[in-house]
Design a protein around this ligand. Structure first.
Ligand code: 5GP
Ligand code: ZN
Length: 121
């Protein structure tokens, strides 16, 4: 698959998007991609990302508003498909060092399938 123009060099999630690194993809539509986290912290742990490279939430622009909305809608749909809509789930963005952001491509963690403590440690 040809790398996309909006690719960021070396970005792990751009490489997953381009099929260079395998992932268990559960959703792909309208510029939104979702795949299972490689190190799941809950029975359901899915990463929902924009296909275009955005480094993180601070880098999202006004013109990304619709895309961000589609990500939230996709997360809700995936939660329903994963049968965690009723039991509950959490949608989380880690931004920056204090939140432990490790990958510089915006991603929303969808977590569910067990009780989730609050606040996160
Ligand atoms: P962050 O800490 O940046 O919010 O979350 C990054 C997430 O990406 C982590 O939960 C980590 O397990 C996941 N991750 C890292 N490398 C890979 C990978 O190669 N494949 C998949 N599917 N997930 C990954
Ligand atoms: Zn990227």
């Amino acid at each position: 698959m040809n790398p996309r123009e909006d690719r960021s060099p070396g970005c792990l999630f751009c490489r997953i998007r381009d099929g260079e690194i395998p992932a268990d993809i559960v959703y792909r539509r309208d510029g939104v991609l979702a795949f299972r986290d490689i190190d799941p912290r809950a029975p359901v742990h899915i990463l929902v990302i924009p296909e275009k490279h955005i480094s993180g939430l601070p880098e999202a622009e006004d013109s990304d508003r619709e895309l961000l909305g589609r990500i939230c809608r996709a997360a809700a749909l995936i939660a329903r498909r994963e049968s965690i809509e009723r039991s509950g789930y959490r949608l989380v963005v880690n931004s920056g060092p204090d939140a432990g952001q490790a990958v510089g491509h915006l991603h929303f963690h969808l977590l569910g399938g067990r009780g989730l403590g609050w606040p996160p440690g």
